[in-house]
Write a protein that binds this ligand. Structure first.
Ligand SMILES: Cc1ncc(COP(=O)(O)O)c(C=O)c1O
Length: 481
C-alpha cells in the first residue's frame, strides 16, 4: 500500500517528525544544517553523547572532549579549533627547556639510551636526503647501512627503529618452520626483555642457560643444551644467540669463536645481540669486523652508547638482508623519509664511538671510588655499567636513589650507567653523597663482602665464578630494597 506515490508523500514527513521527536539531537542537527546555509555559522553546536552526559558521576581532570555533531561526521561544516591545541612554545622557550633537560641527563645514571641529540646533529639532519627508504631510495640510509656492514665485515645492513626489532627480525628470518629451538643466555635481552618475541614471532622454544661462571656462556654449556638429531620428541636447535656486552661485561672472543666453530660446523646459525658491541670494540681495541666474524648476523644499536636518537642496524649476508626486508615490512617497521635519522646515527658513529674509551674510564673512576668506600660492586666493571649494592656500607640502593634525587642525580635500579654526556662533576657528586651517607649510617648493620674481590671488580677483573643472581640484575635484583 505504501508503495503508492501519494501515500509516500504523506508518510515520509510523518516519519521524519516522529524520528526527530525521538532524537532531539538529530532534530537540532537538521536545524543547524538549515542555519548553516544561511545564517550564523558560529552558532553553538548541540552536544551528542558527551562523556560527561554518559558518565555523570565521573570527575574529569580537564574538560573531556565533547562529541559534537561535527565529530560525529554528520556535518559538512569546517572543523572548529581543536579543543586541546598543542601548547605553543617559542623557539626560546624550547631552547630553555632543552638546556634544562640536558643539565638533567648529564646527571642521569639510569641508562645510556637517554642521551640527547646535539645541535650539530640537528644541523646535519636538516640537510639530509629525503628519499623513501621503503623503496630503498634514501641516499643517507643506504650509505649508513653500507658503511656499518663494511665496518662489521658483512655484505649488507638494514636500518631499523630499535634493537628489539633487529634481534627479532634476524631470529624470525633465520628460523623457518617449527619445530625449532634456540639457545641463549638466561640473562639476555632477547630472552627477558623483548616481550616474549621469540615465541610470538618465530614459534621457537628457548633454552635459556644460566652460565655457571656468572660471566658468559661456554661451549660446554651450549653443547649441554643443544638438541641435535631427528628425535620427534624435541625441537632441534637451529640458532645460538649471544649478547655482547651483557650487563656491561665483555664476552671473551676466544670463547665466542669456540662456540661458533662448533655450532656452525653442525649447521647451527650464530646471531649476536651486539647492542653494545661498540663498547667491546672500544674496550678491547678489536675491530668490529673481528668481533662480528663468528656470527652470521649481528644487531648493532646506534641509540645506546653511541647516542643516536633512533636506530639499530642488522648486518649479515646480502640475500638474508633482502629477506629481512619482507619481515620488516610485515612488522610495519619501514621508515619512509628516513634520511635525517640515518644522518644523525652516522654522526654518532663518526663522533661518539671514539668517546667510549673516555666513558669507560669515567665508569672505572666511579667504580674505584665506590669500592674504596666499601660499597659492593656486584659484577666486574668492564665497560660503562656498574652494578651497585651499598648495603655493605649501611644503606640500600633505594635510599641512595632517594637522596640522590635531592641533589639532581637520577639513579634507577642497582644498575648505574655512565654515558657519554655524564659529567665528571656528576660522578664526584655521587661519590660525595655515598661518603656522606656512609658516615650517617655508620651504626647500622652492614653486609659482609669480600673487599679484595670488590677491588678486582672495580678494575674490571674477576678470578673466580661470579655469584648469582643469575637473572639480569637490573630488573630482578634489589627490586624490594
Ligand atoms: C642488550 C640489549 N639488546 C637489545 C636492546 C633493545 O634495544 P631497543 O630498546 O632499541 O629495542 C637493549 C635495550 O636496552 C639492550 O640492552
Amino acid at each position: 500500500m505504501l508503495a503508492c506515490p501519494s501515500a509516500l508523500k504523506v508518510a515520509q514527513p510523518l516519519a521524519r517528525t516522529f524520528h526527530r521527536q525521538l532524537n532531539p539531537a538529530l532534530s537540532s542537527l537538521a536545524a543547524r544544517r538549515a542555519a548553516s546555509t544561511s545564517t550564523s555559522p558560529s552558532a553553538p553546536l548541540p552536544q551528542v553523547n558527551s562523556p560527561a552526559s554518559i558518565f555523570p558521576d565521573r570527575v574529569y581532570a580537564s574538560p573531556a572532549p565533547e562529541a559534537t555533531v561535527q565529530n560525529a561526521h554528520l556535518s559538512h561544516q569546517p572543523l572548529d579549533t581543536p579543543s586541546h591545541p598543542l601548547p605553543t612554545m617559542t623557539k626560546v622557550d624550547r631552547a630553555q627547556q632543552n638546556a634544562q633537560h640536558f643539565a638533567k641527563i648529564q646527571r642521569d645514571f639510569r641508562t645510556d639510551t637517554i642521551t640527547m641529540p646535539t645541535d650539530e646533529m640537528f644541523d646535519l639532519m636538516r640537510d639530509a636526503s629525503r628519499g623513501d627508504d621503503v623503496y630503498g631510495e634514501d641516499a643517507a640510509t643506504n650509505d649508513l647501512q653500507d658503511k656499518i656492514a663494511k665496518m662489521a665485515g658483512k655484505e649488507a645492513g638494514l636500518f631499523c627503529v630499535s634493537g628489539t626489532m633487529t634481534n627479532q627480525l634476524a631470529i624470525r628470518t633465520h628460523l623457518t618452520q617449527p619445530p625449532h629451538s634456540i639457545i641463549l643466555d638466561a640473562r639476555s635481552h632477547v630472552h627477558l626483555y623483548e616481550a616474549g618475541g621469540v615465541a610470538m614471532h618465530s614459534q621457537a622454544s628457548s633454552h635459556a642457560v644460566p652460565p655457571r661462571n656468572g660471566h658468559h656462556l661456554t661451549l660446554e654449556e651450549v653443547l649441554d643444551n643443544a638438541v641435535f638429531g631427528e628425535d620427534i620428541h624435541s625441537a632441534p636447535t637451529k640458532l645460538v644467540s649471544l649478547e655482547n656486552t651483557l650487563s656491561g661485561m665483555v664476552f671473551p672472543q676466544e670463547e665466542i669463536v669456540r662456540i661458533s666453530d662448533c655450532m656452525r660446523s653442525n649447521g647451527i646459525i650464530m646471531h649476536c645481540d651486539g647492542a653494545r658491541m661498540w663498547e667491546v670494540a672500544a674496550k678491547t681495541g678489536m675491530s668490529l669486523e673481528e668481533l662480528c666474524r663468528p656470527f652470521d648476523t649481528v644487531s648493532l644499536c646506534l641509540s645506546k652508547g653511541l647516542g643516536a636518537p633512533v636506530g639499530s642496524v642488522l648486518v649479515g649476508p646480502r640475500k638474508f638482508i633482502e629477506k629481512v626486508k619482507w619481515f620488516r615490512k610485515a612488522f610495519g617497521g619501514g621508515i619512509r623519509q628516513c634520511g635525517s635519522l640515518a644522518v644523525a646515527a652516522n654522526y654518532c658513529v663518526d663522533n661518539h664511538f671514539q668517546k667510549l674509551v673516555g666513558t669507560h674510564e669515567r665508569a672505572t673512576y666511579l667504580a674505584k671510588g665506590l669500592a674504596a668506600q666499601g660499597a659492593q660492586l656486584l659484577l666486574p666493571v668492564e665497560t660503562n655499567m656498574l652494578w651497585l649494592d651499598p648495603s655493605s656500607i649501611g644503606f640500600t640502593i633505594s635510599e641512595l636513589a632517594q637522596r640522590a634525587k635531592t641533589r639532581g642525580i637520577t639513579l634507577g635500579s642497582n644498575r648505574v650507567v655512565v654515558h657519554h654526556q655524564i659529567t665528571r662533576e656528576a660522578i664526584d657528586d655521587l661519590l660525595a653523597l655515598v661518603a656522606e651517607m656512609k658516615e650517617e649510617c655508620k651504626d647500622r648493620p652492614r653486609k659482609e663482602i669480600d673487599l679484595e674481590q670488590n677491588e678486582l671488580y672495580a678494575q674490571g677483573q674477576y678470578t673466580r665464578n661470579i655469584e648469582p643472581p643469575i637473572a639480569r640484575l637490573g630488573v630482578h635484583y634489589g627490586r624490594n630494597q
